[in-house]
Ligand binder design. Structure first.
Ligand code: BTN
Length: 246
C-alpha cells in the first residue's frame, strides 16, 4: 500500500501530524513546527525524502515507496536528553521483534541492527532558546524494502523485508512504532529505559574504534556514554561518534 495521509489515518488517530509524499527532510519540517509550538508527540512523516539527513553530517537515502521517514517532536527535561536517542532505538527494535525478527540489536549509540546490519538510523536534534530547551526532534529512518544489492551499502545495510523474507505493511509499522514511542517516552528519565537500551546493545565486550579511541567497550554510563578500556588500561569515556569494530 502506498503511504498516504489516508492510509495512515488509523495509525495517526487524533495525533497532530503532517504527512508529505515527498519532502526534503522531515527533520526540517518538524523543527519549524517545533519553533511554532508543536505539541509533544506530534509527528512528521514522509514517503520520500530528497534531502534526508543522517548523523555526523551525512545524508540519508530514502527513496519513494521503500522506507519510513518519521520525525517526532518531544518536550523532555534537559536531564532526560541523553535518553532521547535510546527511546527511538528501543521503539524500533520492539517493533522489529514484534514482526518476528530474531536477531535485533542496537549498535552504540543508536543504530538498530537486523541480522547484524543497519536497518534503521536515529537522529535526535535539540532546539535551544539560550539555555532553555524548547524541545527535540527525534528522527527515524527505517529501510523497509530498499534494495541495497550491488551498492556500497550492501555490506552494512539491510531492509526489513529482506531480513524477514516477507512483505510488511508500512502503515502497520508506523502504527506500531508510534505505540512503542509513546510507551518509552512515558518512561523518559527512568532506570527501566536505560537498562532496556543497555540490554539490547550489541557493542559491549567488543573491540571498538570510536574516533581516536580504540579498545574494549566495557560498559555504558547513566548518560549512555561508552566506556572504552584502552590498551594502556585507561578507561576512556566517549559521548558521541561513529563506532567500528575490529
Ligand atoms: C543516521 O545517520 O543513522 C540517522 C539517520 C536518520 C534518518 C531519519 S529519516 C527521518 C528523519 N529525517 C531526516 O532527514 N533524517 C531522519
Amino acid at each position: 500500500m502506498t503511504l498516504t495521509a489516508e492510509s495512515l489515518a488509523n495509525a495517526l488517530n487524533q495525533r497532530p501530524h503532517q504527512f508529505y509524499a515527498q519532502v526534503s527532510s522531515t527533520q526540517d519540517i518538524a523543527f519549524d513546527w517545533l519553533k511554532n509550538d508543536a505539541p509533544a508527540g506530534a509527528v512528521v512523516i514522509a514517503d520520500e525524502q530528497v534531502g534526508g539527513r543522517g548523523r555526523q553530517g551525512r545524508g540519508w537515502h530514502n527513496p519513494a515507496g521503500q522506507a519510513i521517514a518519521l520525525s517526532m517532536i518531544l518536550k523532555p527535561q534537559p536531564s532526560q536528553l541523553s535518553q532521547i536517542t535510546m527511546l527511538g532505538a528501543l521503539a524500533i527494535s520492539d517493533v522489529l521483534r514484534g514482526l518476528g525478527a530474531q536477531d535485533v540489536g542496537i549498535k552504540w549509540p543508536n543504530d538498530v541492527l537486523l541480522n547484524g546490519k543497519k536497518v534503521c538510523g536515529v537522529l535526535p536534534e535539540a532546539l535551544w532558546d539560550g539555555d532553555k530547551l524548547r524541545g527535540v526532534v527525534l528522527g527515524m529512518g527505517m529501510n523497509v524494502r530498499v534494495d541495497f544489492t550491488g551498492t556500497e551499502l550492501a555490506e552494512r545495510a539491510i531492509s526489513v523485508e529482506t531480513a524477514l523474507g516477507k512483505s510488511v505493511e508500512r502503515t502497520a509499522i508506523v502504527a506500531q512504532v508510534l505505540v512503542r514511542l509513546d510507551h518509552w517516552r512515558n518512561l523518559l528519565g527512568s532506570e527501566a529505559l536505560l537498562q532496556a537500551w543497555k540490554a539490547r546493545l550489541v557493542s559491549l565486550s567488543q573491540r571498538v574504534i570510536v574516533g581516536e579511541v580504540t579498545g574494549i567497550a566495557e560498559n555504558v554510563d547513566d548518560e549512555g556514554a561508552l566506556l572504552i578500556r584502552t590498551e594502556d588500561g585507561i578507561l576512556r569515556r566517549v559521548v558521541a561518534g561513529e563506532l567500528t569494530t575490529g
